[in-house]
Ligand binder design. Structure first.
Ligand code: 5AD
Ligand code: SF4
Length: 495
């Protein structure tokens, strides 16, 4: 596991995180962001755009929407920033570290621009609203600033910037879902893809900047989601991950029939597209995940048995200060329900160490909750105060940095122990794996994930990417299972 500043990640590189995990993914903010590469390089386009992305999987999916909008305008994509006419950086504001990294990167682009005066540099995403004055006017680091709901205006903003004006649109929308735009798949393995089903968040967790940077929650129509998933299946994709900040509050009312669609119903519709299309989703909120969702998961073998259920803290007092609207006991009851209805379900979480006023006793409650939940995986962070959030306005960030670091370390060690134990339990079992592509370590091996989202590496033999295989698990590390394919036929996946 890599320890990078206040962030800890299970996998070593941004690239492997993008490709290997099905949950909402946080890209290592201390490294460079990921330069996004199209599935089919567009060598013939005259104008070239370079896009670098930071933050969660939703942000990466937004970059795919931006790529689609730019493609319409005749832009090709390049992974070489020196070749680009337009350099875009899709930013994350969730922790201070992410912002610092982006600022450093913008300085680098500024020096590149000195030799290439007509190159445009733009900031997209979550940092846009808060930092637009500084980036555009004070530091003159960028030519355009575009918020997460304003990507349709990119062509007009590029034209404005080309004529020497400062181009800005950071307006948030109550309706925009980019429902009609087919994302250009970037960094794709051709087997697994992400599909945004909603945008924004109404939850107002006191530590979180997302409701301010991404605006109010809105759902995308089920028809447009189904169309995108069907197209992906036709193109050979075999897994979709439905994305939202809080998927359980997905809610669509058909404007004509007034008929409502809940998340459980949407999940069922996507699962029915084809039994060979695996369905995942992220992120679930403990206050909103329903039994109906769990029963739907149980009914469909192609809905993967894996839930990312951020807890944030094991202490009810801290959860109240965070405005998470559940208690320690309430969270544990949800986990019990998951275990009852889906006995073989993978479980992961997000945890924040050192939130305002957190005592040693609160921290111990987090560690003991981890033991009870036996998580397979966790994203773990030190609390980072974000300007404008309720916590920044109401509370004092009073846990000393050294204490935050030590508590985070203890949480990480606990997580490692639990993850390894869960991996060891897999040894000897036979699991169905969807082959995602060659393993990073050896070109003799393939990698793919089990239903429960555990990465498995096994010898390639004559198998193909995109195929389902049964793998006997023969060994493990804390992050990867090792195995051998045992049969060519796989169990019937239809209920
Ligand atoms: N400081 C630290 N971690 C945070 N997260 C969100 N905001 C902050 C913050 N201010 C974490 C939460 C959330 C995940 C996406 O990022 O754990 O679930
Ligand atoms: Fe932020 Fe809470 Fe919304 Fe997640 S649910 S995006 S933590 S406000």
């Amino acid at each position: 596991m890599s320890h990078a500043g206040d962030l800890l990640f299970l996998l070593c590189s941004t690239q492997s995180r993008m490709n290997q995990l099905g949950a909402t993914k946080w890209i290592d903010e201390s490294r460079q962001g990921t330069a996004l590469q199209p599935e089919e390089p567009s060598a013939t386009s005259s104008r070239k755009c370079y896009i670098e992305s930071y933050g969660c999987q939703m942000n990466f999916n937004d970059s795919e929407i931006v790529a689609a909008i730019l493609k319409e305008q005749g832009y090709g994509l390049t992974t070489d920033v020196a070749q680009a006419d337009l350099v875009l950086i899709n930013t994350c504001a969730i922790r201070e570290k992410a912002e610092q990294t982006v600022r450093k990167r913008l300085q680098e682009f500024k020096s590149l621009k000195q030799n290439k005066a007509d190159m445009l540099v733009g900031v997209l995403g979550c940092m846009a609203e808060r930092l637009r004055h500084r980036l555009l006017e004070e530091e003159k680091l960028v030519d355009l600033v575009v918020g997460p709901d304003a990507y349709r205006s990119l062509p007009a903003l590029i034209a404005e910037a080309e004529s020497g004006q400062k181009a800005v649109n950071v307006l948030l929308s109550r309706e925009e879902t980019y429902a009609d735009i087919s994302p250009v798949r970037l960094n794709s393995n051709g087997v697994t893809a992400f599909v945004s089903i909603m945008r924004g968040c109404n939850n107002m967790c006191t530590f979180c900047v997302v409701p301010f940077t991404r605006g109010r929650e809105r759902s995308r129509s089920p028809q447009s989601i189904l169309r995108e998933c069907e197209e992906l299946f036709e193109q050979g994709y075999r897994e979709v991950t439905l994305l939202g900040q809080n998927v359980d509050s997905y809610y669509w009312i058909d404007p004509q029939t007034q008929q409502a669609t809940t998340f459980a119903q949407l999940l069922e519709m996507v699962a029915q597209i084809n039994p060979w299309l695996r369905v995942r989703f992220s992120t679930s909120h403990p206050k909103d995940i329903t039994d109906e969702v769990l029963y739907t998961m149980a009914r469909y073998p192609n809905i993967c048995k894996y839930i990312h259920l951020p807890v944030q803290s094991g202490s009810t007092r801290i959860l109240q200060l965070m405005n998470r609207t559940y208690t320690r006991e309430g969270y544990l009851k949800k986990v019990e329900r998951i275990r009852e209805i889906l006995p073989d379900c993978g479980l992961s979480t997000d945890i924040i160490a050192g939130f305002c006023t957190e005592t040693e006793a609160d921290h111990q409650e987090t560690l003991s909750l981890m033991d009870i939940c036996e998580y397979d995986m966790a994203y773990m962070f030190m609390y980072s105060e974000r300007p404008g959030t309720l916590a920044a306005r109401r509370y004092t960030d009073d846990v000393p940095l050294e204490v935050k670091k030590r508590r985070l370390q203890e949480i990480v060690e606990k997580e490692r122990t639990l993850a390894l134990k869960n991996m060891q339990k897999e040894v000897g079992k036979v699991r169905t794996v969807l082959i995602e592509g060659p393993s990073k370590r050896s070109d003799q091996d393939f990698c793919g994930r089990t239903d429960q989202n555990k990465m498995v590496v096994f010898p390639k033999k004559h198998y193909r990417k995109g195929q389902y295989v049964n793998v006997r698990i023969t060994g493990c590390t804390a992050a990867t299972l090792l195995g051998e394919v045992v049969e060519e036929t796989i169990p019937e996946m239809v209920a």
